[in-house]
Design a binder for this molecule. Structure first.
Ligand SMILES: CC1(C)S[C@@H]2[C@H](NC(=O)CCCC[C@H](NC(=O)C[NH3+])C(=O)[O-])C(=O)N2[C@H]1C(=O)[O-]
Length: 351
């Protein structure tokens, strides 16, 4: 059945609620059949007062994980990598357990701890300590291996950035290229994503872009402009820069079968529940949200200092939405902003 029309009043109310929660700005951009609906609230730059702009580029954080998954699954299709094979087969001696497979990385079931929990335990000091640092992949993996593992390989879903740092290592080992080159030639160029780039270790967001503002842990403390950083603490787990339009093009092309072979797309879309309510799922580097109206949407979320992103599409890729707020931490963005999904994909609530 056709989706109900998007309820742009509800979408805009969610953006206003996001600002009321403390975000300087928020936006949502919905595409369907060549038509674009967008809503913006607040400012993209607190100094100049420039308004939020749906054309502007921003840091997408862990939405990067879906790009990394697409590259890896293309390598699987090219028989360069196998999913149900120990990671150590390709990266000898990297991990302390030969039972950890490539698939465990993509499903967050490896048991490798997430080094960012300690890294960002104190939000602003943690960020300031790494914003200009350049890490090697191995350094990040070592940070994780210095901590106890969170479970036996395959036992349970435990989200960890470490998994997608190792995915980046696998891509570079299998191709002999930096991940940037693989994103470019396998996704960005073919889909003509003009505003999308993997930027590391450069700290700038070039062109028209939104400033991001990190919310400190201390209530009432001033926001920190966190726009410029290397994102070297995340790399293939979170260093991509993109735009609302490009993310919708990407997610729609992905579920539409334009990027990954059908059998592997089926595996990407094979979900396991990640919440008690049974409305949130994770497949291979991809989330599924089941909305109140029964519609399932597929995509990923992203949290990187100063930016929170939802990038989702319907199973047929016909309707896509990117929503983003230019703040992060303390749940300021995710809850209120998350309501844009209901407005965009479920339409007007029954009276
Ligand atoms: C699972 C998530 C939420 S966390 C993961 C990744 N982002 C990070 O790991 C950064 C976390 C710290 C960022 C910082 N928070 C703190 O410092 C808290 N002390 C902030 O809010 O800007 C991403 O992106 N993913 C999100 C995702 O996939 O949705």
């Amino acid at each position: 059945p056709a989706l109900p029309a998007a309820d742009m009043e509800a979408v805009d109310q969610a953006l206003r609620n996001t600002l009321a929660a403390g975000a300087p700005g928020a936006l949502a951009r919905i595409t369907e059949g060549g038509r674009v609906l967008s809503a913006t609230e607040g400012v993209s730059d607190k100094v100049t007062g420039a308004a939020m702009d749906p054309r502007a580029r921003f840091r997408i954080g862990s939405v990067t994980k879906t790009f990394s998954t697409v590259v890896l699954l293309q390598l699987v299709n090219e028989k360069k990598i196998e999913l149900d094979v120990p990671v150590n087969r390709y990266l000898p001696g990297l991990l302390p357990d030969d039972r950890i497979t490539v698939r465990h990385l993509l499903t967050h079931r490896s048991g490798l701890s997430d080094y960012t929990n300690a890294m960002f335990d104190k939000t602003v000091p943690g960020f300031e300590a790494v914003r200009n640092r350049v890490f090697g992949y191995q350094e990040l993996v070592n940070l994780s291996l210095a901590e106890p593992r969170t479970g036996e390989p395959g036992a349970s879903y435990q989200y960890s950035n470490t998994n997608f740092v190792v995915v980046g290592m696998l891509i570079e080992k299998a191709t002999g290229n930096p991940v940037a080159k693989e994103y470019e030639r396998r996704i960005i160029k073919p889909l003509k994503l003009r505003d999308t780039a993997y930027v590391h270790p450069g700290t700038q967001i070039s062109g028209l872009h939104t400033h991001g503002y990190l919310t400190p842990d201390e209530a009432g403390a001033p926001l920190v402009d966190s726009t410029e950083q290397t994102v070297s603490w995340a790399q293939s787990a979170g260093a991509m820069i993109s735009s609302p339009a490009d993310l919708s093009t990407f997610m729609s092309a992905l579920v539409g079968g334009k990027l990954v072979a059908p059998k592997l797309l089926d595996q990407m879309l094979t979900m396991t529940p990640t919440d008690a309510a049974g409305t949130r799922f994770y497949g291979l580097g991809l989330r599924r949200y089941d909305l109140s109206c029964g519609t399932s949407v597929y995509g990923h979320t992203g949290t990187v200092q100063g930016f929170y992103t939802y990038a989702f599409t319907t199973r047929d890729g016909k309707r896509s939405m990117t929503a983003m707020a230019n703040t992060s931490n303390r749940g300021v963005a995710n809850t209120a902003l998350g309501a844009t999904l209901e407005g965009a994909f479920c339409g007007k609530k029954p009276a």
